[in-house]
Design a protein around this ligand. Sequence first.
Ligand SMILES: [Zn+2]
Length: 216
Amino acid sequence: MTIHHHPPEDLLAAFAAGLLDLGQHVAIATHLVGCPRCRDTVRTMEHVGGALLTGLPPTAMSGDALAMIKARLDGIVPAVASPPRRATGLSDVPGLPKFVREYPAGPWKWIAPKVHMRPIELPEASETRVFLLKSRPGTKMIEHTHTGFEMSCVLSGSFVHAGGHFGPGDFDLGDGADDHEIMIDSADDCICLIAMQGDLKLNGMIGRLLQPLIRM
Ligand SMILES: [Zn+2]
């Protein structure tokens, strides 16, 4: 697998610093599973962050700090119930990292001609929603813009737009400034993991006619 499109460095830095919400984190982590180059970048960023922390001047602790920690350790530690496990049915999705397969997922839903989506339920609230998007070969997505951002991780198949050609492992970031038409150019279905905030805004007459039908 040759990866040509990577997340921008500011997103990798935000990932390394733990600043992303869970939906964004899942998308970047999905890319990292398949991309040694970005894994190296993140590791370097984490080392730099760690070196900065250890370089900080030491701060004196209060005299009763140790006693307070002991008191906490002596307190009753409530058992943390692990969430009930459900079959996710995501095992049939090619290229999906193992950690995403652990999340529950809804059924495939029709959202537009030749395009289906499948929501992924995250274990905690996130402003960014995550779902799988499956498009049939030859699908031409109508020109659209985003009211928020959209991160796409290609799991299988491929698509092309003005920004280049995107195949398995590639990462595409769309934001409100984008105005693009996407064509699925693989012989098989193209399946992407998408992390998205905001909504899609379809352009043109057909887009305006279809807009009420599109639910993502
Ligand atoms: Zn990468």
